[in-house]
Ligand binder design. Structure first.
Ligand SMILES: O=P(O)(O)OC[C@H]1O[C@H](O)[C@H](O)[C@@H](O)[C@@H]1O
Length: 539
């Protein structure tokens, strides 16, 4: 069965939202708060250890009502059911989209082509658990009998960003193994990592869903050659494992069959950290913590699937984002985690959000005349405050922002935590209220400086306050954004699970690479041709 196929701009609710927008776009949120003392609690969802306050948005109850009607009109509920029941909702690639199955309990029933996939998921999970325990406990050793000290994840895109972000985010829970990530085809990346490694004690995890990706295969081959300078071929079986759907290519690379961790084409690369792609997570924080990450994501799946839309965190966040994207014409959204552990979170989300929803044709293949995927960016607070917050506060662009914070710190330093959270709260308050001319004058500011010190305010934020950063709460948070992506793709009537837009550059790079060593027979524009000649002349 196909996904619903409804042009959102032709729905009744879209028209209502358009008219409603005209009445609300000039309203300051300050007055919305002043008019309704229950506003904050009306627009707050509490669920498990999540407290999500979306009251600091340019919305009223009427806005939410129309947005919820939009969700109904585009048949969001049906779409969610189609996804969870394993229908081939990735229609352009003819695949199901079932990363939720990877974090479901063994008793769950997720079917692809009528076959329950839970048994094979659990076979691989058991393999991950056994392998993790053997490496962490030192029962599995390198070719000279020494225990492993270092793990190198070799992958790119979805085979790198998720594991890298999670390993960094969960460093508090880490064991003695040092984990490295090699992704870029830039040889300086792999060589800098190699400098830190001892071949006798390093385990290499090659992660590539397709096992055809230029960057990953180049890095894997470079590492293999370096490794073989100290070890012989037989040692590869002890030091190299692979995660892939392409078993034939993995074997051709020389990886022992027992060292292959399979994945499936119904797991999109950017949603794959829950599969064996997360092997380096499991190795870094131990299998139990990896399980807890999955458990958290599963809880969010249940919330998303079963909760009424008005109280459904991913749905509400997605609708608010559509409101800004399509009515206020906001181009970007910032994600600001008040946790240094989430340093790579925005980078990770960029792939998930922008690769999924960066589309400009609808599900009929027709060009779209409304906005789709938002630009995502961000950095942890408080650092971000000292970098780009000026533009959010006083620039000309509207940048809705998600503020993510944790009520408890992991190292229990109350002094730092109070300072961190006071900033976390103060920023959304400042963005809401701004600072009036009267306030500025009352501070004794010279008249000539007043205009520069006035803050308009009325800048929207969502606050996602979570009890504490743990594998489980991180799993919930990531899954929250995954479902937000899905909801937006449904509303915009696009296919969120293909990424044909990354192919053209790859094809042309291969052609140019060929030309570096062969007489050129293809024609380029004069700019590209000059640059190519310039490189050939001096390289
Ligand atoms: O895991 P791989 O097959 O090596 O793919 C790695 C990445 O490369 C591709 O170009 C896609 O754009 C990404 O979605 C994918 O995650």
């Amino acid at each position: 069965m196909a996904l619903p196929n409804i042009n959102p701009t032709e729905t009744k609710s879209w028209k209502k939202l358009q008219e409603h927008f005209e009445t609300i776009s000039g309203v300051h949120m300050k007055s919305l708060f002043a008019e309704d003392e229950d506003r904050a609690s009306k627009f707050t969802i509490t669920w498990d250890d999540f407290y999500v306050d979306y009251s600091k948005n340019r919305i009223t109850e009427e806005t939410v009502k129309y947005l919820l009607e939009l969700a109904d009109e585009v048949k969001l509920k049906e779409a969610i059911n189609s996804q969870f029941s394993g229908e081939t909702i990735n229609q352009t690639e003819g695949r199901s989209v079932l990363h939720m199955a990877l974090r479901a309990p063994e008793s769950a029933d997720f079917k692809v082509d009528g076959v329950n996939v839970m048994p094979e998921i659990f076979d691989v999970k058991k393999k991950i658990e056994k392998f993790t325990n053997e490496v962490v406990n030192g029962h599995r050793t390198g070719y000279t009998g020494k225990r492993f000290t270092d793990i190198v994840n070799i992958g790119i895109g979805g085979s790198d960003l998720g594991p890298a972000m999670v390993v960094d985010a969960l460093q508090y829970y880490k064991n003695h193994l040092t984990t490295h990530f090699v992704s870029n085809v830039d040889g300086d990346h792999v060589n800098e990592v190699i400098k830190k490694l001892n071949p006798e004690t390093t385990l290499f995890v090659i992660v590539s869903k397709t096992f055809t990706t230029q960057e990953t295969l180049s890095n894997a081959n470079t590492i293999k050659s370096w490794f073989l300078k100290s070890a012989d071929e037989a040692a590869i079986a002890e030091h190299f494992v692979a995660v892939s759907t392409n078993i034939a290519n993995v074997k051709a690379f020389g990886i022992d069959e027992n060292n292959i961790f399979p994945m499936w084409d119904w797991v999109g690369g950017r949603f794959s950290l829950w599969s064996a792609v997360g092997l380096s997570i499991s190795l870094s924080v131990g299998y139990n913590n990896f399980e807890n990450l999955l458990k958290g994501a599963h809880k969010m799946d249940e919330h998303f699937k079963n909760e009424d839309f008005s109280n459904n965190i991913p749905v509400v966040l997605a609708l608010i984002s559509v409101w800004y994207n399509n009515f206020f014409k906001a181009e970007s959204e910032a994600v600001i985690p008040y946790s240094q552990y989430l340093n790579q979170f925005a980078t990770y989300l960029q792939q998930g959000i922008m690769e999924s929803n960066g589309k400009s044709v609808d599900r009929n293949g027709n060009p779209i005349d409304y906005q789709t995927g938002t630009i995502i960016w961000g950095e942890p607070g408080t650092n971000a405050q000292h970098a780009f917050f000026q533009l959010i506060h006083q620039g000309t662009k509207l940048i809705p922002a998600d503020f993510i914070g944790f009520t408890k710190s992991l190292h229990n330093n109350k002094d730092h935590q109070d300072k961190l959270i006071s900033n976390f709260l103060a920023q959304t308050e400042a963005l809401l209220n701004g600072k009036t001319k009267e306030d500025v004058l009352a501070e004794g500011t010279a008249d000539s400086l007043v205009p520069f010190k006035v803050f308009e305010g009325n800048k929207p934020t969502n606050t996602v306050f979570i009890n504490k950063l743990s594998p489980e709460s991180l799993g919930k948070l990531i899954a929250m954004y995954e479902h937000k992506i899905f909801v937006q793709g449904i509303i915009w009537n696009i296919f969120s699970y293909d990424q044909f837009g990354v192919e053209l550059g790859k094809q042309l790079a291969n052609k140019i690479l060929h030309e570096f060593n062969n007489s050129a027979d293809s024609v380029h524009d004069s700019s590209t041709q000059n640059l190519l000649n310039y490189y050939r002349g001096i390289s």
